[in-house]
Write a protein that binds this ligand. Structure first.
Ligand code: ADP
Ligand code: MG
Length: 344
């Protein structure tokens, strides 16, 4: 199946190169409409309905640090980040399975807290917990969530439908979760250096909440339906705007141009980035964990979202030969780089 002779480091492929490499020889044999490569797999169910499936890990030490992450919030986040992938297909999540591996460092009370966060998210988003698996782990806590969703086949929005001249639109604002992460890491370092120090979190509620308690944009899916908009392509922003634009562009075989001044950044995010001596636009382009929706819509839908507070039109789709660009606030054209988060 593979013809590697010598040892190859995973870092030479990157996360997506690795997935492509390992899965390239698999053929779809059943009623699978979309397999690997979108936010969720799409499977034909009844005549005009489809079932969607997506799964994600959360590993202690890789995805979360319990020294500042309340375990109830972790349970909540484990669910919402998975639901986000179903909403990103313009579909509705219905069921989740939750699998945990826990070391003996965790008490019953800690796992009860975890599950109270899971339950809160399931209640808020109207999804059923229907199963999972439980194991001991040698070290730390691992959580895997699988989410199952449903949609009319004709309503599903993939990453590959963007067309030149479509508008590039994003929900909410970007970069806050990354700033929240940087703030919590900074206060952790201060605490480790001086356990008497009080954490300095005042005035940073928004960025902290965006990191510790992200919501999935169910409201945006409902809004698109109410406005009678079917995006031409859509995905959620988990790894930073820039790398997600590359995914959309690659799958749709188009180019994308973004206007820096149109990228929505909350003032508290902006100020905190400045405090870190970071260009605020970088928190949006490369930060990640925003769980907002990135979509392209046809120009004919422009009037429906013009001035809508939940949407920002940040750019447009071009023919592929125009490439990936960002027009800076000063009006210069820069080549966009995919410098999002990668696993290796
Ligand atoms: P997302 O960021 O939306 O959660 P990922 O970047 O995790 O998506 O994954 C990209 C695609 O690759 C998805 O379709 C996912 O199901 C698939 N994928 C990821 N890891 C594997 C794997 N080990 N084997 C098969 N498919 C995988
Ligand atoms: Mg996704």
């Amino acid at each position: 199946m593979f013809e590697n002779a010598a040892r190859t480091e995973l870092s030479t492929l990157g996360e997506f190169g690795l997935i492509d490499h390992l899965t390239k020889n698999f053929e779809l044999k059943n009623n699978t409409i979309k397999g690997i490569g979108d936010d969720a797999a799409v499977i034909k169910s009844t005549e005009n309905k489809v079932t969607l499936v997506s799964t994600d890990w959360l590993l202690e030490g890789v995805h979360f640090d319990l020294s500042y992450f309340p375990i109830k919030h972790l349970g909540y986040k484990a669910i919402t980040v998975n639901l986000s992938d179903i909403y990103a297909m313009n579909a509705k999540p219905k069921q989740v399975t939750v699998s945990i591996g826990s070391s003996n460092r965790f008490s019953l009370e800690a796992l009860e807290e975890l599950y109270s966060g899971i339950q809160l998210a399931c209640d808020r988003y109207g999804v059923d917990l229907v199963g999972g698996d439980t194991s001991s782990s040698k070290q730390g806590l691992v959580i895997s969530v699988t989410v199952i969703g449903e949609a009319d086949e004709s309503k599903v929005v993939y990453r590959n439908g963007a067309k030149p001249l479509d508008l590039l639109v994003v929900s909410g604002d970007l970069g806050a979760a990354y700033c929240g992460f940087q703030l919590l890491e900074r206060e952790k370092r201060v605490f480790l250096a001086n356990p008497q120090a009080q954490p300095d979190l005042a005035g940073h509620d928004y960025i902290i909440e965006r990191q510790l308690k992200p919501e999935a944009r169910k409201d945006i899916i409902d809004l698109l339906e109410a406005l009678e908009i079917k995006p031409t392509s859509m995905m959620d922003i988990s790894d930073g705007l820039s790398s997600e634009c590359f995914h959309l562009a690659k799958q749709s075989n188009v180019g994308i141009t973004i206007y820096e001044e149109k990228v929505p950044i909350d003032p508290t995010t902006y100020n905190f980035a400045r405090e870190l001596e970071l260009d605020p636009i970088l928190t949006a382009l490369s930060g990640g964990e925003d769980y907002e929706l990135l979509m392209t819509i046809s120009q004919s839908d422009y009037k429906k979202i013009e001035n809508h507070p939940d949407f920002s039109i940040i750019g447009f789709v071009t023919p592929p030969e125009d490439g990936m660009n960002m027009i800076s606030k000063g009006g210069q054209k820069h080549t966009l780089k995919a410098q999002g988060w990668t696993a290796f």
